[in-house]
Write a protein that binds this ligand. Structure first.
Ligand code: NAD
Ligand code: MG
Length: 388
């Protein structure tokens, strides 16, 4: 394989570490250059990764940790930087592909900066699409790079759509594991702790997305992500609970055919598909053993117990800005739940109240409109939590 230049935004996170694992498997620094990598609080890990992979530039988003990172990489020749501007600089360094693996809307500005350079974007950071929708898709298009979905469901759909007739698509069917509280009553959910919410039955992921999976806010974000990524109407997008997480998602066609992508629940398959695109690469992931799988189950999702799904449907129908509002209010509510300031079910109530307050916003003309809505949704969510 010819050396490819891959920058990794959020290299110290779950997606970032899995990406480096794939790169390692494909020959590490013999086969790849890493123009830039970024992290935030875990300076020791960021420095170790930068040394190991010979990064050109390493940046922490935390302005207070810049000196620590500089000291940790002294004598290596690796440039360092700190603060949000340094993350944008890392994203803008010349690369063939940028892995967008930051969590939350914090990744939007850097990922947009990368898109504007014309590099291909491997997108794990779904909040870019949820918050900025068509503006983000258009930025990638006008930059001239490809948008390669890494979220496993969207990667599955992308794999199907790439080789099958787009004009005859009738349904996009996102699978959801249902998370750790799939079978719990609403009453029982009231008292769950962040620790139990973070314990995902099938996938090993970062803290925030794991809790979002338990509340199904993750699936809510993914519905909106699919709307913009595949440019389909909200009515096309369905969710089905599939506890085994073997079918990663499906596409239904006008002739009644349903095509799916299956695999073990391991993000390295989707990451590898994006990095290798358009060629499949060989990966050391577990192979499915159908005889041992025994059964695959499917259940209709319950929007009473998981109101996030209904909020996503509403956001998709009300328009672009409500996706941003939903995500920003959710980010604040999630932080408050992690800090044990509010209960698990309060998260959806807060998001709904902020969406009620902010409904009727005009479609954003520029990315600044998105950031303004984000700031306002956060302020309102914090105000409601203060009262909660
Ligand atoms: P994580 O929490 O494990 O890692 C997040 C990364 O972002 C870390 O490197 C962290 O240092 C960095 N970061 C955090 N806050 C930041 C900020 N304010 N500015 C700059 N950098 C910051 O998260 P993750 O699970 O790897 O998820 C990353 C993204 O990928 C999320 O959008 C998530 O929804 C998506 N995703 C993750 C998985 C998974 O398996 N983990 C699957 C599908 C999609
Ligand atoms: Mg997913």
């Amino acid at each position: 394989m010819t050396p490819r230049r891959i920058s990794i935004l959020g290299s110290t996170g779950s997606i970032g570490c899995s990406t480096l694992d794939v790169i390692d498997h494909l020959g590490g620094r013999e086969s790849f250059e890493i123009p830039a990598m970024t992290g935030m609080g875990n300076i020791a890990l960021l420095a170790a990764q930068a040394r190991r992979f010979g990064a050109g530039f390493a940046a922490t988003a935390d302005p207070a940790r810049g000196q620590e990172l500089k000291d940790a990489l002294a004598g290596t020749g690796i440039e360092t930087g700190s603060g949000p501007e340094a993350i944008i600089e890392a994203a803008s360094r010349s690369a063939d592909i940028v892995m967008a693996g930051i969590v939350g809307i914090a990744g939007l500005a850097p990922t947009l900066a990368a898109a504007r350079t014309g590099t291909d974007i491997a997108l794990a950071n779904k909040e870019c699409l949820v918050s900025a929708g068509a503006l983000f898709v258009n930025a990638v298009k006008s930059g001239g790079g490809k948008l390669l979905p890494v979220d496993s469901e969207h990667n599955a759909i992308f794999q199907v759509l790439e080789h099958n007739q787009r004009h005859a698509v009738e349904r996009i069917i996102l699978t959801a594991s249902g998370g750790p509280f799939r079978a719990m009553s609403r009453n029982e959910m009231k008292g769950v702790t962040p620790r139990t919410a973070a314990a995902h039955p099938n996938w090993s992921m970062g803290l925030k997305i794991s809790i979002d999976s338990a509340s199904m806010f993750n699936k809510a974000l993914e519905m909106i992500e699919a709307q913009y990524l595949f440019d389909v109407s909200p009515g096309t997008i369905e969710v089905i609970v599939h506890p085994q997480s073997v079918i990663h998602s499906m596409v239904g066609y006008t002739d009644g055919s349903v095509l799916a992508q299956l695999g073990a629940p391991d993000m390295r398959t989707a990451i590898g598909y994006a990095i290798g695109h358009p060629r499949r690469i060989s990966l050391p992931v577990e192979r499915l053993d159908f005889a041992r799988l025994a059964k695959l189950e499917f259940h209709a999702p319950d929007t009473e117990r998981f109101p996030a799904l209904a909020l996503a449907r509403r956001a998709m129908e009300e328009g672009h800005m409500q996706g941003c509002v939903l995500n920003s209010a959710k980010e604040i509510a999630l932080e408050a739940f992690i800090a044990e300031r509010i209960g698990f079910l309060d998260m959806a109530d807060i998001v709904e109240a902020v969406m009620d307050d902010m409904s009727g916003l005009q479609e954003p003309a520029t990315i600044e409109d998105v950031f303004a809505a984000d700031t306002e949704a956060r302020r309102r969510a914090m105000e409601k939590i203060g009262r909660a």
